[in-house]
Design a protein around this ligand. Structure first.
Ligand SMILES: [Fe+2]
Ligand SMILES: [Fe+2]
Length: 216
């Protein structure tokens, strides 16, 4: 049970509000990016999974928007329209395998890990608002991991190993790009009671786990 979150504390409220805005904006971007991918996805299983995800993310956005309204903090976007364009363009330009790695191993798995680490620190309303989204994200990660494994199994062993070896660099580049958005994420996390170092370690541990799953 959380004993730290004090919704009457302005610093907590504002910082949690910003994190909620960020999560909602990321979900909305994922929804748009995955929707764009449906028509060109390699087969029906992929199209169905992407379409389901689009519906899930749309629901997450609705749940979060509803909660943010009740929470009553600033809902102005924290990712600027220009930054959103850069993010969309990045994913739009990716071949299928690179898309799977960046979207599911990085954005979905590591993003969820960060949010999951916030849940125990959050006030009850925020915690409740994250319940359905985080449970759906597990589905999305499972799709990404299994699909990437399946695709890599079709490649010659050398090419498979080369792709696997490249994934940590892809993740690092995306994490750097995320930190480069100029949001003071460290401060936001610390203001809601997170130990930033422990949170980063948890994210890195999750990265190692998903990499192991894909390589297995
Ligand atoms: Fe989501
Ligand atoms: Fe998701």
């Amino acid at each position: 049970m959380n004993t730290q979150a004090d919704i009457s504390d302005d610093t907590y409220r504002e910082s949690m509000g910003q994190l909620l805005v960020l999560y909602t904006q990321v979900d909305l971007l994922i929804m748009e990016i995955c929707a764009e991918r449906i028509a060109d996805a390699p087969d029906e299983a992929a199209r169905l999974a992407l379409a389901k995800q689009v519906g899930d993310e749309s629901r997450h956005v609705a749940i979060q928007r509803d909660w943010m309204e009740k929470f009553g903090t600033d809902t102005a976007p924290v990712i600027t329209p220009k930054q959103q364009d850069v993010i969309r363009a990045h994913f739009r330009g990716l071949p299928w395998l690179e898309f799977l790695a960046d979207m599911y191993l990085c954005v979905e798995a590591l993003g969820s890990e960060a949010v999951e680490n916030i849940v125990p620190l959050a006030d009850p309303g925020t915690r409740e608002s994250l319940h359905v989204p985080l449970s759906d994200e597990l589905d999305h990660i499972a799709f990404g991991v299994s699909r990437l494994k399946q695709e890599l199994a079709q490649l010659p062993e050398e090419a498979r190993q080369a792709f696997l070896a490249m994934i940590p660099q892809r993740i690092e580049a995306l994490m750097e790009a995320f930190l480069g958005l100029g949001l003071d994420v460290r401060n936001l996390f610390e203001c809601v009671g997170a130990d930033y170092r422990a949170l980063c370690n948890a994210v890195l541990k999750r990265r190692d786990e998903v990499l192991e799953q894909v390589a297995a």
